[in-house]
Design a protein around this ligand. Structure first.
Ligand SMILES: [Zn+2]
Length: 255
């Protein structure tokens, strides 16, 4: 009887508490408030993904959240080139906290994920493993009006809506770390790459690297978007198995 009562009371209590937080009756830290705006600087917790989703679906909230990033970027005009291609609410990034080489255009939601990844995964891993922050991110580009296969009947790539960036490597101090050379190496550089790849999974909707298929042997594809193989966000050796990953890759091609 008592157990039954508890089972009934607990959900009601949870709903009451959430309602009190939602309508400001109960004052809790923004970190613990699901309706507080996304903060790029706060240490991520279980609510971060939810807040990222909310900011991503609201153009103004997204642009506001992105102003917290210590970046050099400009908002760019919406573009619709042909069906399935173009972008809205995008920015051209000239510099993150690290140099980026050629400026790239990404949707605001992709930019937000990049900012979170840089702040909470990339730079901490660089400082811990290599004792210096990343000075430069090297990339293969973001916006590109193309399909996944490069064939007209395939679904469009997330690059076609500026929702993806292909990251080829990093410069840290006098070290140039490259996915194609260092991914499998048993060095601190290899460890750094594997850590920042796996750490990207908490902020992006898909992360594909060398374990996914041969087309990604030289870069990480980091994207935001809706199409997903259910339950699989990160293509790692752990999630699909090396041999399976390679066979899946043959049928999926380059994102
Ligand atoms: Zn890509």
């Amino acid at each position: 009887m008592l157990v039954r009562l508890i089972l009934i009371a607990l959900p009601l209590l949870a709903v009451a508490l959430l309602g009190a937080v939602r309508y400001g009756v109960l004052d809790v830290s923004p970190r613990l408030n699901p309706w507080a705006p996304l903060s790029i600087h706060e240490t991520p917790n279980l609510l971060t993904r939810y807040k990222l989703g909310r900011a991503s679906s609201d153009a103004q909230a997204c642009q506001f959240a992105l102003t917290q990033a210590d970046w050099q970027y400009v908002a760019i005009e919406d573009q619709a080139t042909r069906p399935g291609c173009g972008y809205t609410n995008a920015v051209r990034v000239h510099r993150m906290t690290m140099e980026v080489g050629p400026a790239f255009a990404v949707s605001c939601r992709e930019a937000l994920s990049l900012a979170l990844w840089e702040k909470h995964v990339v730079q901490p891993a660089a400082l811990r493993l290599l004792r210096e922050p990343v000075a430069k991110l090297e990339h293969f580009g973001s916006y590109s009006c193309r399909s996944v296969y490069g064939r007209p009947n395939a679904r469009m790539s997330h690059h076609a809506t500026a929702d993806a960036l292909d990251v080829a490597g990093f410069v840290i101090g006098d070290k140039r770390i490259r996915v194609i050379r260092d991914w499998e190496s048993d060095t601190v550089e290899g460890q750094f790459l594997r850590e920042v790849h796996d750490g990207a999974c908490q902020f992006f909707d898909a992360v594909y690297g060398p374990e996914y298929n041969a087309a990604h042997r030289d870069h990480f594809h980091l994207d935001r978007g809706s199409f997903r193989t259910p339950g699989i966000r990160c293509r790692t050796a752990q999630s699909v198995g090396k041999s399976v990953g390679k066979s899946v890759g043959k049928s999926v091609g380059r994102e």
